[in-house]
Ligand binder design. Sequence first.
Ligand SMILES: *[C@@H]1O[C@H](CO)[C@@H](O)[C@H](O)[C@H]1NC(C)=O
Ligand SMILES: *[C@@H]1O[C@H](CO)[C@@H](O)[C@H](O)[C@H]1NC(C)=O
Ligand SMILES: *[C@@H]1O[C@H](CO)[C@@H](O)[C@H](O)[C@H]1NC(C)=O
Length: 550
Amino acid sequence: MTVRAFTFLAACVASAISPVLAHSSAGSQEFRPSHDAAAERGPQIFNAVHNAMRQWGSSLHHNGMSYFLAEVPEGVLFHHGNSKIESPTDPDWLAYEIEHAEGFARPRMGRPPGGPPGGGKPPRPPTPEGAPQLDLVEDGNPQRVIGDHPQTHIAEETHGYLHVYRTSQPLRYLYVDGMGGGKTSMGTLDSQDYLLRGVGSVRENMPGSRTAPGGPMDEQQRAIDLCELCKDWQLEGVIRMEAGFEIIQCNFSVGLEQIQVLQRPESGLDRRGELGNLEFVRGLAERYQGIGSTRTIIDYSSMVSAFFFPANLTNPNPKRPDLPRLSNLADSELSAIKEYLTNTIEERREKPRRIIDWQDVSDLIVGRYADRLEFMAEHIQSISIMSSEISFLLDVFIDYSEKDEGTRISAAVDRCTNFYLRSIRPETEADQLIHTAFKSVTEEICSTLFVVRDVVAAKATVSSSSLTLAVKMLRSLITKLGWARFKRCPACAVNEVCLIPMWPFGTVEDYEAPRCTNGTQDRDGENYWGGFRGRPGGPDGKGPWPAAMQ
Ligand SMILES: *[C@@H]1O[C@H](CO)[C@@H](O)[C@H](O)[C@H]1NC(C)=O
Ligand SMILES: *[C@@H]1O[C@H](CO)[C@@H](O)[C@H](O)[C@H]1NC(C)=O
Ligand SMILES: *[C@@H]1O[C@H](CO)[C@@H](O)[C@H](O)[C@H]1NC(C)=O
């Protein structure tokens, strides 16, 4: 390794450890976004942009720390399952996918307390014999279901109904990223509960401890609270994701035209039969890489992220340092971020929905480097092949007319770093911060690759240890980037789907190593989401499939 290589490496290490918190003077009046924070959280911000409205990356990086304004254009179909022929009159759920809403198109009996996605209340897990259980509600009164509508006619509720709506005008929402529909104590609800709702009572709720009232399953109140905010912000609701994307629609009379409502058969879910699991996950897997570019348009220039702020996002759970949390933040910090979000929403209200597609930029970067980094780090056993792969990637940035080696390389690193950012002219503060974050990511990639190039190209000194060193640097780069693509399954057969935990199902093992499955090769395992109240997973809180599907 040459001296230059060491200098590059030292620079990378130094930039990686500069602590964000050192820049925030304690007690300072203004708690604002900072470019130091954005640079240090570069990979996380990059991933938040890259994974927005994508089921795969948002399942892997499930603790969302960011918000975006989003618009659903006219003419988009949504689905809602419940026990009534009438449309909901209270805030309720719309599902992007048919499969998601179908699970809720059933009579009221057999519904759980609290948490619905894609429809009214989600189906109660069947007992082992397959009969629906009675509802158990938070206050222990089995007669009262949270969110019950007073004028409900019990007699009519013997069937489920599947409603289909079409947007009759463009509708604007707040998109809460990550797995915001996941009712867990792992941090999936932090950005809603701590920050938007200011609910502090669940903060102490660490894994294993009992949930305080108003905890993760308090979905009806969560919807009401979020809709209060949306009213002030002139938004129609909140977009979130669990096993499927959904919208908390605050008022079904605004901008929705019902195009179909069909009564479901008595047997409900049973008709899914043997292929139910496979087909349910197939529907979700279809959205791993995106919800469809015209179904929901994200205004990246409106991004507000806790990652932008000099905040302590360290997970108090030492077993999951990879997952950010908002549980350490002081109330004053949480409300400062919320105020900043409110101001951003105001500022962006009349603006065109998308001036800059930062996700496109992230796609170009991931598309160019992801597989090549993995190939170099995991599959190359020869120095000369490593060297030619690196040259293939980097030659485009080198000006061979420049004779001074040092100048030539530093100019090349600079070109490489800025290459994909050249397409963008930042306009808003969010754009500037995303730019800083993306640049820290490309700088990391480019400077590491040029060091690796040096390590494997220095003919006089190359040896097998050079290859070892190169691989080590590439692996550490891959870890630091944390791109969801590095975890994807190989292409699955048409009778299989790739499975990653999506609340409420999936196992710890599925998270570590997502796999292709046909839905019958269940591997027993610990439910990834901690089997909150024993509900997610099977009746015993275990198993990879949604309880209702088993
Ligand atoms: C929902 O929207 C309709 C139509 O604009 C309006 O008449 C109604 O009052 C709204 N409902 C609520 C609860 O705000
Ligand atoms: C950040 O939070 C973690 C977890 O609660 C804590 O251990 C750590 O001391 C905090 N760091 C700072 C600088 O306050
Ligand atoms: C799924 O795979 C298992 C094991 O490979 C096989 O026994 C089973 O028949 C398959 N199920 C379906 C529905 O294809």
